[in-house]
Design a protein around this ligand. Sequence first.
Ligand code: SF4
Length: 179
Amino acid sequence: MFEGYAGTSDSGFRDEVEAEEAFARGQFLAEMGADDDRPSLTGPAGEEAEARLAELARHTVFDGQVVTDEARLRRILARHDTHLYPGTFITCVYNPDRALCRTSEGPADQPVMADCKPLVCRNTALTPANRQALTGHFARLEDALADSDRLAPYVRHRLEERHRATAAFLTCHAPEIAE
Ligand code: SF4
């Protein structure tokens, strides 16, 4: 997929769209890697995410800034794929050997974000924005359970399980408070 960073004039429309999405993702990650003041990613793969961002920054950041020449940045990103995939609730630190969204029929070189199992997959990392989104999801679960007498037993049971798992995950992977 990341050869697509550069794009080609004879590739089809879908390839062009994928190339631009990949480039936008790479730019976003390069900016993250250049930001020394941002909070570290947390979660099971938080440390690995930071290591991959630091490695990307070695190639994309000069004098504290991401390379501004777009063609050059595209070439760099094409050579140095982080295999990090930012999402709403989590950031995927893709490692195929432990990817719970992977199936024998699916792609091996990238996650299937639509089938993500964020609370149990060891490829999960959290940015502050991810954590905020997950906390919002948790609040919505609480709201739904506050009115649980109106729910079918099976639905209530599923919501209670998800509520417990989300609470445990957020507690277990809370950011460290700086002293
Ligand atoms: S299950 Fe989620 S975190 Fe795990 S590899 Fe797939 S998309 Fe990434």
